[in-house]
Design a protein around this ligand. Structure first.
Ligand code: AMP
Length: 282
């Protein structure tokens, strides 16, 4: 399988596929692939004739004190995983290929980005929306696949596609977890053995919240408190946010009487991990 480094190479390959009438999928990633990414690629390969996986650690979505420099990278390993999952082309550009030094345009989605990770990572979603828009324009895929692990990102991209009439369908895919419940993430690689054990508190606290919801709990505050207490019991964990929001608007709610997104971001040592679930009240 070919690894395209330039926009021109991708366009030429995609154009020849389009002439043959093939349906094309895009799976945007930052690489250091794991089974979460693989599940997206496999689904894309099942539903489309050609799959392009982009691997790009997008500098403009990282804040100044975030982990851009240390973000794990291993293109050789990624290539093997992409091939195994049924991808047809990797697009792995350098930052200089993606961004003009005098670029003056970016894409921002308002409202949906006000809370959750948007509030904690200023500029993050502008960086995401800008790079995803560029990838959509470079690859011109019929469908693009994103994980529900990044629930706010998925909501933001869907809104951007609707608002700007991108001719692409966005498909959300379920969270893939380790056997012990930790959501798969390239950042899990940063965790020491003790931190890896401590990280289980994310999924555990969300499971406690689900149990409480099963008892017909309707108070968002009570739900938040339950999660908070659990996470605070883990000495290596530091809460970044715990949010119970309307699943569509992502705005804070008091009463759980419609679909809600329960989303958390927690530092385990220096590593920031996120997890979430969507609750549909009966
Ligand atoms: P990333 O490389 O972290 O930017 O992720 C690329 C895509 O993979 C995003 O759409 C993520 O939501 C998705 N993804 C990451 N981790 C998981 C996971 N554990 N389960 C499902 N999708 C995931």
């Amino acid at each position: 399988m070919n690894i395209a480094k330039t926009i021109e190479e991708v366009r030429s390959q995609v154009n020849s596929w389009k002439k043959e009438g093939y349906s094309i999928a895009l799976v945007p990633t930052m690489g250091y692939l794991h089974e979460g990414h693989v599940s997206l690629i496999k689904r894309a390969a099942n539903e489309n004739q050609k799959v392009v996986v982009s691997i790009f650690v997008n500098p403009i979505q990282f804040g100044p004190s975030e982990d851009l420099a240390s973000y794990p990278r291993d293109l050789d390993r990624d290539k093997i995983l992409c091939e195994g999952a049924g991808a047809n082309l990797i697009f792995a550009p350098e930052a200089s290929e993606m961004y003009y030094v005098d670029a003056q345009t970016n894409v921002s989605v308002n409202g949906l980005t006000n809370g959750l990770c948007g509030a904690k990572r200023p500029g993050h979603f502008n960086g995401v929306c800008t790079v995803v828009s560029k990838l959509f324009n470079i690859v011109c895929a019929d469908k693009a696949y994103f994980g529900e692990k990044d629930a706010q990102q998925l909501a933001v991209i869907k809104r951007m596609v609707r608002d700007l009439n991108f001719p692409i369908e966005i498909i959300g895919c379920p969270i893939v977890r380790e056997a012990d419940g930790l959501a798969k993430s390239s950042r899990n690689n940063y965790l020491s053995t003790d931190e890896r054990t401590a990280a289980l508190i994310l999924n555990k606290s969300l499971n406690s919240a689900k149990e409480l919801l099963l008892t017909h709990e309707k108070s968002a505050e009570n739900l938040t408190e339950t999660i908070k207490k659990q996470i605070q019991s883990e000495v290596l964990a530091k809460i970044d946010y715990i949010e119970v929001v309307d699943a569509l608007s992502l705005t804070a709610i008091d009463l759980i009487d419609k679909p809600v997104l329960v989303a958390i971001a927690v530092y385990i040592g220096k590593t920031r991990l996120i997890d979430n679930f969507i609750w549909q009240s009966k």
